[in-house]
Design a protein around this ligand. Structure first.
Ligand code: MUC
Ligand code: MG
Length: 367
């Protein structure tokens, strides 16, 4: 089966609740819908969420690199020769969201072609994952209210709390309020998005540990090489590399250098193919993983749960699968629902999603 065209559609969907964190903020999901068309009439779909504050991509750069560089190389290529296609993609550095969307769209086509859900092709371990909800910067009372609302409405019992502000007391008070409001039944962990120095993070970690945090993610920059190693060495909480370990090679370096003891896997930046490379590498090296969220909408979330549920090691921890709850709308004909704090896979061929044409017409920005 041959690729005949690659289509890119920029769209923007406003957030009802913007997400604020140490490295940026998001008020509107300005993403790119990517579709790969084939000569057998099958079409694969995926979402590319550009994150300039993390990878330098923008909506325009995702469209530009796909239209000018990737599409001309991919048209005519065999959908099932995925490794050959990846060799072509690797000739261009960077652009993780653009490359991942192409990879995921190819897996969607493959699943449809063999009439199997992608999650089964990847590993078929289980049919759902526990959900972890990401809480952005706000006052202690408002963050605690938000967590309670998500617990009571969706049954969510795991929360990732954004930290990394100065003074750290702002965030420590939020964490304390959450622990007091939710009690010990809820799991809490933190993500600093590189906001603190190693020494600020070391001080904060004492209190975070006492509050029973289960993971500490990117509390200081990995580029502060010795400070980061010093911090990770003294952390009693598993220390997660997210934006500092975005490729298989960076993951190896992070683990061998002592810059992290666990890894966040995001299908929006390593697709399915490289996410599997990272996952198997982490299994081989004995490092835990968490399925992360690149501030995804529903399509991206379908991909994260499809991948996470496919393997024992990626489904052990709760996955970050609920960011779409903070968006005002979405593009899927059948919206996702979180029940009892879990999200089920789509038990349909490929990714199992249908894009709502009228919604895409409303939110698309190219006409
Ligand atoms: C996260 O885990 O860091 C914030 C920036 C980004 O790229 O993803 C989010 C969530
Ligand atoms: Mg993170």
């Amino acid at each position: 089966m041959k690729i005949t065209a690659v289509e890119t559609v920029p769209y923007a969907i406003p957030y009802t609740k913007p997400l604020r964190f140490a490295s940026g903020e998001v008020h509107s999901a300005e993403h790119v819908l990517v579709r790969i068309h084939t000569d057998e009439g099958l079409t694969g779909v995926a979402d590319a969420p550009p994150r300039p504050f993390t990878y330098g991509e923008t909506q325009a750069s995702v469209i530009g690199v796909i239209e000018k560089i990737f599409a001309p190389q991919l048209v005519g290529a065999d959908v099932f020769a995925r490794e050959r296609i990846h060799a072509l993609l690797r000739r261009t550095v960077g652009n993780p969201a653009a490359k991942s969307a192409l990879d995921i769209a190819l897996w969607d086509i493959t699943g449809q072609a063999v009439d199997r859900p992608v999650t089964q092709l990847l590993g078929g371990w289980t049919d759902r994952m526990r959900v972890s909800h990401m809480l952005g910067f706000d006052t202690p009372a408002r963050v605690a209210d938000e967590a309670l609302r998500h617990r009571d409405t969706h049954g969510i019992k795991v929360f990732k709390v954004k930290v990394g502000r100065r003074p750290a007391r702002l965030d420590l008070d939020v964490c304390r309020a959450l622990r007091e409001t939710l009690g010990d039944e809820s799991e809490l962990y933190v993500d600093g998005n590189r906001g603190w120095t190693a020494s600020e993070a070391a001080l904060a970690l004492r209190e975070l540990d006492e509050l029973g945090m289960t993971l500490a993610e990117e509390l200081c920059p990995a580029d502060d090489v010795l400070g980061r190693r010093w911090l990770v060495g003294q952390s009693r909480i598993p220390f997660v590399a997210d934006e500092s370990a975005t490729t298989p090679a960076e993951v190896t370096r992070a683990l061998l250098d002592g810059a992290a003891t666990a890894i966040s896997i995001k299908t929006a930046r390593t697709g399915f193919t490289d996410s599997q490379r990272v996952l198997f590498q982490c299994e081989g090296m004995g490092a835990e993983v968490v399925m992360g969220n690149q501030i995804d909408g529903q399509l991206g979330t379908v991909c994260t749960v499809a991948f996470g549920a496919a393997h024992a090691s990626s489904s052990r921890r709760a996955g970050e699968l609920s960011n779409f709850l903070d968006m005002s709308d979405d593009l899927l004909t059948e919206p996702l629902t979180i029940t009892d704090g879990t999200l089920a896979i789509r038990d349909r061929p490929g990714l199992g999603v249908v894009i709502d044409d009228s919604k895409l017409a409303r939110y698309r920005q190219d006409h």
